[in-house]
Ligand binder design. Structure first.
Ligand SMILES: *[C@@H]1O[C@H](CO)[C@@H](O)[C@H](O)[C@H]1NC(C)=O
Ligand SMILES: *[C@@H]1O[C@H](CO)[C@@H](O)[C@H](O)[C@H]1NC(C)=O
Ligand SMILES: *[C@@H]1O[C@H](CO)[C@@H](O)[C@H](O)[C@H]1NC(C)=O
Ligand SMILES: *[C@@H]1O[C@H](CO)[C@@H](O)[C@H](O)[C@H]1NC(C)=O
Ligand SMILES: *[C@@H]1O[C@H](CO)[C@@H](O)[C@H](O)[C@H]1NC(C)=O
Length: 205
C-alpha cells in the first residue's frame, strides 16, 4: 500500500516536471511590473517589481515621470500597487527581453491626479510589437462607462481598470509603446505579463 502510494506520487511528480520543462524556459517567465517606482511589492504571494529596478530584463525608453499618491485606492486586491504610476507626455516604451510564446498582457490603470496632470484629461494610444491595442484611450472615460454599468446592475463602483490581451510573441522581445495624444499625457500603474497555458491555469485555480 505504502509502496503503491510512493509509486503514484513519483509518477505524478515526473509528469508535472515534464509539463513545465516542455513549455520552455522563455515561455514560462512572467513579468509583474509596478510602474513609477524602484521598489517591489508582494501581493497575495506574487512579487511586483518596480519598473526602475535594475537588471530585470526590462528597459524604459526614458525616465518619464514617477507619480505617487498617498491615498489608497479602494480596490482591495491591488490597492498598494496602484499608489504609484508612470506618467509620460511623449512616446514612451517598455521593452521586455527574453519573452516568447503566448502571453496574457494586462494593463492596470487606477488614475490619480498628480502635480498639474489632471487624469480626466489624459488620452493616449497603446501599441504592442506593432499591434494597436488602444487608441485615443481615456482611462477616466472608460472607468465612468464601467461605473455606469456597475451601478445599473447594483454593484459598487470601481476606481480602476484592467485591460487584458492575449498576444503571440515571436521576436523574443515585447515592446509596449504608449503614445499620448497631442498636448495630452498617458499613465500606467502596473503591467502584468503571464504565459498562457498550464502554469497560468494552475495559478488561478
Ligand atoms: C529608489 O528611489 C529613491 C527615490 O527616487 C532613491 O532615493 C533610492 O536611492 C532608489 N533606490 C534604489 C535601490 O535605486
Ligand atoms: C518605441 O518603439 C517603437 C518600435 O520599436 C519605435 O518605433 C519608437 O520610436 C520607440 N519610441 C521611443 C520613444 O523610444
Ligand atoms: C534575463 O533574461 C535572460 C535570458 O532570457 C535570463 O537568463 C535571465 O535570468 C533574465 N534575468 C532576470 C533578472 O530575469
Ligand atoms: C474628474 O472627473 C470626476 C467626475 O467625472 C470628478 O469627480 C473629479 O473631481 C475630476 N477630477 C479632477 C482632477 O478634475
Ligand atoms: C460595496 O461596498 C460596501 C462598503 O465598502 C461593502 O460593504 C459591500 O460588501 C460592497 N458590495 C459589493 C457587492 O461588493
Amino acid at each position: 500500500m505504502g509502496l503503491l502510494g510512493r509509486d503514484i506520487f513519483g509518477l505524478i511528480f515526473l509528469v508535472i516536471v515534464f509539463a513545465f520543462t516542455r513549455t520552455g524556459e522563455a515561455q514560462s517567465r512572467s513579468f509583474l511590473i509596478n510602474c513609477g517606482t524602484n521598489s517591489s511589492i508582494t501581493l497575495s504571494g506574487r512579487k511586483w517589481v518596480g519598473d526602475l529596478a535594475t537588471n530585470n530584463n526590462l528597459t524604459l525608453s526614458s525616465s518619464g515621470i514617477a507619480a505617487s499618491t498617498s491615498t489608497l485606492s479602494d480596490d482591495s486586491t491591488y490597492g498598494p500597487l496602484y499608489k504609484t504610476a508612470r506618467v509620460f507626455t511623449n512616446g514612451f516604451n517598455y521593452t521586455f527581453q527574453g519573452i516568447k510564446g503566448n502571453y496574457f498582457v494586462r494593463l492596470h490603470f487606477s488614475p490619480f491626479s498628480f502635480d498639474n496632470y489632471n487624469v480626466n484629461e489624459s488620452s493616449f494610444g497603446v501599441v504592442a510589437n506593432g499591434l494597436k491595442l488602444l487608441s485615443e484611450f481615456s482611462v477616466h472615460g472608460e472607468i465612468s462607462d464601467k461605473n455606469a454599468y456597475l451601478q445599473s446592475s447594483g454593484s459598487n463602483s470601481s476606481s480602476s481598470l484592467i485591460k487584458e490581451y492575449i498576444l503571440a510573441i515571436n521576436l523574443d522581445l515585447l515592446v509596449i509603446e504608449f503614445i499620448p495624444a497631442k498636448g495630452s499625457f498617458g499613465c500606467i500603474n502596473a503591467i502584468e505579463i503571464v504565459p498562457v497555458g498550464r502554469y497560468t491555469l494552475c495559478r488561478t485555480s
